[in-house]
Write a protein that binds this ligand. Structure first.
Ligand code: SAM
Length: 291
């Protein structure tokens, strides 16, 4: 049976819609959003406790194609001069049977389903045990091939990186944020964020995790969302995050006088956004740790 859309939405307003973004995105009005700022679950890293979660696909190539279809819907919803700001993380292919292998499988909230699956090197892309999957670029190239214009790769340098007990490679302390445009004449405000010297913003952002207040395991820093929104929209525009988490994108959008549409599968996380009141222009309590 065909899956049915379950939500209707009349912009402009700000809200968090609870459910699977694959069902909700098709209900959003075409060309109604100026920019999308988002971070999907990384493949095989965490269990967000829902059968429909993205990131639990049995192999990484299915994850890439899942993201391509999701972002096709995002492209439909974006205005023609709209942009997509996409943060995607990497992971390692590992062989093993203990449940302690796989991309970052030792993190406390990784659950059995994800761990078990990650204990076999996926039979794609010629991956071997311990291979870095190169997932961000695989996703970026797939989106590019699907019609997106890839305009920038921003490296997020983490002030406080997750400790890793590895002795055979450097600790990972960076992630990618890609800027994609729907068309060549997209909106970008070069004055939205500038370097302290006044120079054009560079494509590496050194950002710390926000102090924790909630239990979301993978929130990105509010400053990351704020920069993308400032560069990719104007006051009164609508910003979208189809993987809303605890609402970082929405909270930043509120502070910057943009409307926002967030979609989040897990109602517990979706409710976290509302805990950030009041939002009358003051600094809010910050989000949980960054990845
Ligand atoms: C990496 S987190 C996003 C964190 C967010 N940027 C923040 O700062 O809180 C990914 C989120 O996507 C949600 N998610 C997973 N599959 C989803 C789906 N099919 N539809 C909507 N949300 C989904 C997860 O529950 C998780 O909260």
């Amino acid at each position: 049976m065909a899956r049915q859309a379950v939500f209707q939405f009349d912009p402009p307003t700000s809200k968090t819609l609870v459910g699977d973004c694959r069902l909700i995105l098709p209900t959003l009005e075409a060309e109604s959003v100026q920019c999308c700022v988002t971070s999907p679950p990384y493949w095989g890293l965490r269990d967000y406790d829902h059968p429909e979660q993205v990131g639990s696909e049995p192999s990484p190539d299915l994850y890439v194609s899942d993201l391509v279809s999701i972002f096709q819907e995002v492209r439909r919803v974006l205005r023609n001069d709209g942009t997509l700001w996409l943060n995607v993380g990497d992971g390692y292919a590992r062989n093993g049977g203990t449940g302690n292998c796989g991309p970052n499988a030792v993190v406390g909230n990784t659950k059995k389903l994800i761990q078990k699956r990650n204990c076999k090197v996926p039979a794609v892309w010629g991956l071997k045990d311990r291979d870095l999957m190169g997932m961000p670029w695989r996703v970026a190239f797939a989106l590019q091939a699907d019609g997106w214009i890839l305009r920038s790769r921003i490296t997020w340098i983490k002030k406080t990186a997750m400790p890793e007990s590895v002795k055979n490679r450097p600790t990972s302390a960076t992630e990618e944020i890609f800027l994609f445009a729907k068309t060549p004449s997209y909106f970008y405000d070069p004055n939205g964020v500038r370097e302290e010297t006044g120079a054009n913003l560079r494509n590496y952002w050194i950002l710390g995790p926000d102090p924790s207040t909630y239990g979301h395991p993978a929130a990105f820093p509010r400053e990351l969302a704020r920069r993308c929104i400032a560069l990719g929209s104007r006051e009164g525009d609508t910003v979208l995050d189809p993987f809303g988490g605890c609402g970082t994108t929405g909270i930043a959008a509120d502070e910057m006088r943009r409307f926002s549409i967030l979609i989040e599968l897990n109602p517990e996380y979706a409710n976290m956004r509302n805990q950030d009141q009041p939002r009358n222009g003051k600094k809010n309590s910050a989000m949980k740790t960054a990845r």
